[in-house]
Ligand binder design. Structure first.
Ligand SMILES: NC(=O)c1ccc[n+]([C@@H]2O[C@H](COP(=O)([O-])OP(=O)(O)OC[C@H]3O[C@@H](n4cnc5c(N)ncnc54)[C@H](O)[C@@H]3O)[C@@H](O)[C@H]2O)c1
Length: 256
């Protein structure tokens, strides 16, 4: 088991890639705390994991709120007995363009994508120091590597997360804390429509998805499990000399 005796916290854990990560981390031997805003989805996840034979700690928190973001990390550390791996996965597509920009929606996107990751790292570092090291994993996007015509605000936010990763990788290295970021392509999760379907018109969402898919050399969307496996590797000791990396999980989308 690749995460035997590891203590792991995952944010935005009740759906999609985060949920797949929770299940995989548990299967690989970690003790896991799942943090999410959706209490019902967390309860469902806990019960689903119980059926598989795993005890899961769940923590309900709105990660767009500073105090809840910070306390969720400390609550996870208290429940688990420390934190070795933090997958700070929360994010949101945000508004489409910059014309007539809804500043509230813009600020929310920056808060959930960038501020929550920043605060999570700031809070978890003391717990990882106590454990003699650790692995922080952020979630950016292919839009954090190349620009996105469909989602410029999101792209700006996710580029920021890559910058944060590379900077903290250097800052935290003396503490043996590695910091990496996963950059998924368009993924088949509930969030997909937030990127392709902003107009609410189904035909437009389908056309946008087809356009993005056509640019994936491997010819399929990203699966939640593809990203969970990347997180597993970055969290494990197999990646013990890997830090500061922005890892695309995109079937070749950014390999141009
Ligand atoms: N789905 C994609 O196409 C895609 C592609 C690249 C990157 N990403 C990134 O992956 C991450 C999540 O994507 P997913 O596809 O797993 O999403 P998802 O929609 O399946 O799950 C998102 C989870 O985040 C939780 N959440 C939403 N707002 C929250 C808040 N304020 N506080 C705490 N939890 C909150 C939701 O309850 C949900 O459980 C984001 O960072 C996103 O930017 C997604």
């Amino acid at each position: 088991m690749r995460l035997a005796n590891k203590l792991a916290a995952v944010t935005a854990a009740a759906s999609g890639m985060g949920r797949a990560g929770v299940e995989l981390f548990l299967k690989e031997g970690a003790k896991v705390a799942a943090i999410d805003v959706n209490a019902d989805a967390l309860a469902q996840l806990k019960s689903d994991m119980k059926k598989l034979g795993y005890e899961l700690t769940t923590i309900q928190a709105d990660l767009s709120k500073t105090e809840q973001m910070k306390s969720s990390i400390n609550d996870a550390a208290a429940a688990l007995g420390g934190i070795d791996i933090l997958w700070a996965h929360a994010g949101t597509p945000g508004p489409a363009g910059v014309e007539n920009l809804d500043l509230t929606a813009y600020e929310f996107a920056m808060t959930l994508n960038v501020t929550s990751a920043t605060l999570a790292a700031g809070e978890v570092i003391k717990h990882m120091r106590k454990r003699g090291g650790g692995s922080v994993i952020f979630t950016s996007s292919v839009s954090g590597i190349v620009g996105s015509m469909m989602s410029p605000i999101y792209s700006a936010a996710k580029f920021a997360v890559v910058g944060l990763t590379k900077s903290l990788a250097q800052a935290f290295a003396p503490d043996q804390v590695r910091v990496n970021v996963i950059c998924p392509g368009l993924a088949d999760t509930p969030m997909k429509l937030g990127f392709t379907g902003r107009s609410g018109v189904a035909a437009e969402a389908a056309a946008n998805e087809a356009k993005l898919l056509a640019a994936v050399p491997m010819g399929r969307l990203c699966k939640a499990e593809d990203v969970a496996h990347a997180a597993l590797w970055l969290g494990s000791d197999d990646a013990s000399f890997i830090t500061g990396v922005a890892l695309p999980v995109d079937g070749g989308f950014t390999a141009r």
